[in-house]
Write a protein that binds this ligand. Structure first.
Ligand code: LLP
Length: 419
C-alpha cells in the first residue's frame, strides 16, 4: 500500500490531492504522510516483538517535532548525536531513559546536559571520551551508562560517504581495543558498562552485513561477561536501506527474522537506531517548474527547490525519483532537473528520462522524508521551506516557511560600522 499515489491522474498524499495542497501552501514544500510514517514505525518495531528490544529512532534523518511525537507516542526512544538533538527529543516528550547518545565528538557541555537529563547510555568512541564522561559524571554526582561503539570491520557495500563500519573509518574502536577499554571502565567509578554498540553504515540493502556485525558483537558480549561485566544492551545501530530507484532492500520483517535467531542466544535487549527506513519514503518534496530551456541540445528543467532544500543528489549523486504531480499523456524527454542556486552542482537529476514538464507545472521529488529537510540550509539566502503533514484528508503545517527576517535574526552590525 502506498500513500503517495495517483487517483484520477492526480498525485495524492493519502486523501489529499497534492495540487490542491500546493495552491494553499505554495511551493516548494516537504509533504509527509502520517499513515506511512506510522505504518513504517509499527512494522519495524513489530518485527522485533519476539525479543526484548528498544527502537531508538535516529532523529538526524528527520527531527521535526511532530514526527518525533508520533514515534514517541508509539513507544520510541531516540538515538541522538548532539545536545541540539537531545533538546528536540526532550521538547517532544521522549523518556530520557530511552535515549542513546552516539557520535565521535561530544562536547563537555553536551555530555553534562545528557547526564542531567538522565539518558540511558552513551555510545563511546574513544578512550579520551571515557575519561571526560567519567569526570563530568563525578562532578554531577551521577553514574553514566556506557556502551563502547566498536568497529566490527564488516563491509556494508553502500556509498563510501555513508559506510562507517570498516577499520579505516573515524568511527568506533576495534574489538581488541574495546576489550581493553571495558577493563578501564571497571576502574572508573562514575561509569557503568551497560552495553556494546556499532553502526556499520547507511542505505544498506543486504542482510548479511548486519548479521555479521551482530555475531561479532555477540562474541564480544560473551567475552565481556566472562570478565565480569554485566552487559545488558546490544545496540546494532541503524542503516537499513530503502528503495529510491531499483534497490531491493529486505523488508524490516526479513531483516528482523535474520537478526532474531542470533540475538536470542546473546540474551541482551536489542537496541536498533533506524532513521531512513522509517521516514525516507514517508515524505516528498513538491516543487514548481519555473522555466525550461534547451542548450547545446540539452534540456534543462529549472524548478523552485534547490540543493539547499534537498542536498542528497548534489552531495552523494543520490538518485531521487521525480514525477509530475498531474499525470497525463506526455512526451518523454531527457533532461537535467536543476534548482535556482548559483552552483553547477545544484541538480536533482542529470540526463534523466522524464515526462515533459512545462513552466508552472508541479513535480514531486520522491523519497525525500529522510535527510531532506534535516540537511537543508539557507544557502543563497533562501529561507527554509515548510513541512506539511497529511492525515487522511486533513493537513497540518508542522514546520513554518521561514521569512526573510529569519535570515538575519541572529546577525548584528557592530557599532564601529554604523556610520
Ligand atoms: N545511528 C548512527 C550512529 C548513525 O550514524 C546513523 C546515520 C543512524 C543510526 C541512522 O542511519 P539510517 O537508519 O538512517 O541509515 N545523509 C546521508 C546519511 C547519513 C547517515 C549518517 N548516520 C544520506 O542522506 O544518505
Amino acid at each position: 500500500m502506498n500513500d503517495f499515489c495517483y487517483r484520477d491522474l492526480m498525485l495524492h498524499c493519502e486523501e489529499m490531492p497534492v495540487l490542491e495542497l500546493a495552491r494553499k501552501v505554495k511551493t516548494p514544500f516537504y509533504l509527509y504522510s502520517h499513515n506511512t510514517l506510522l505504518n513504517h514505525y509499527r512494522a519495524f518495531d513489530g518485527a522485533f516483538s519476539g525479543i526484548p528490544h528498544l527502537v531508538c529512532y535516529a532523529l538526524k534523518a528527520n527531527s521535526n517535532q511532530a514526527l518525533l511525537k508520533l514515534f514517541i507516542n508509539c513507544g520510541a526512544g531516540l538515538d541522538i548525536v548532539s545536545g541540539g538533538e537531545l533538546y528536540r527529543g526532550l521538547a517532544a516528550g521522549v523518556d530520557p531513559g530511552k535515549v542513546v547518545y552516539s557520535g565521535v565528538g561530544k562536547r563537555t557541555d553536551e555530555i553534562e546536559y545528557a547526564l542531567r537529563a538522565g539518558i540511558l547510555m552513551f555510545n563511546v568512541e574513544s578512550s579520551q571520551e571515557l575519561e571526560v564522561i567519567n569526570d563530568c559524571a563525578g562532578r554531577l554526582g551521577k553514574r553514566a551508562g556506557i556502551a563502547l561503539r566498536v568497529n566490527p570491520d564488516v563491509n556494508a557495500e553502500t556509498h563510501p560517504y555513508i559506510t562507517t563500519g570498516l577499520k579505516e573509518h573515524k568511527f568506533g574502536l576495534d574489538i581488541e581495543e574495546a576489550l581493553k577499554e571495558y577493563r578501564r571502565i571497571r576502574e572508573l567509578s562514575f561509569l557503568e558498562a551497560l552495553g556494546v554498540s556499532c553502526h556499520i553504515g547507511s542505505q544498506i540493502t543486504k542482510i548479511s552485513p548486519f548479521v555479521d556485525a551482530l555475531e561479532r558483537l555477540g562474541n564480544l558480549v560473551a567475552r565481556l561477561r566472562e570478565e565480569g561485566s554485566d552487559i545488558r544492551y546490544l545496540d546494532l545501530g541503524g542503516g537499513l536501506g530503502i528503495t529510491y530507484n531499483e534497490e531491493t532492500p529486505p523488508h524490516p520483517r526479513e531483516y528482523a527474522q535474520a537478526l532474531l535467531t542470533v540475538a536470542r542466544d546473546i540474551g541482551c535487549t536489542l537496541i536498533l537506531e533506524p532513521g531512513r527506513v522509517i521516514v525516507g519514503n514517508g515524505g516528498i518534496l513538491v516543487t514548481e517548474v519555473l522555466y525550461t530551456k534547451t542548450k547545446e541540445n540539452k534540456n534543462f528543467v529549472i524548478v523552485d527547490a534547490g540543493m539547499n532544500d534537498l542536498i542528497r543528489p548534489s552531495l552523494y549523486g543520490a538518485y531521487q525519483r521525480i514525477q509530475p504531480v498531474v499525470e497525463m499523456d506526455r512526451e518523454e524527454i531527457v533532461a537535467d532537473i536543476v534548482g535556482p542556486v548559483c552552483e553547477s552542482g545544484d541538480f536533482f537529476a542529470r540526463g534523466r528520462r522524464i515526462p515533459r514538464l512545462e513552466r508552472g507545472e508541479l513535480a514531486a521529488i520522491m523519497g525525500a522524508g529522510a535527510y531532506g529537510f534535516a540537511m537543508a540550509s539557507t544557502y543563497n539566502s533562501r529561507p527554509r521551506i515548510p513541512e506539511v503533514l497529511v492525515k487522511g484528508g486533513e493537513y497540518f503545517i508542522i514546520g513554518k516557511r521561514e521569512e526573510y527576517a529569519d535570515l538575519i535574526r541572529n546577525e548584528s552590525i557592530p557599532e564601529f560600522l554604523r556610520t
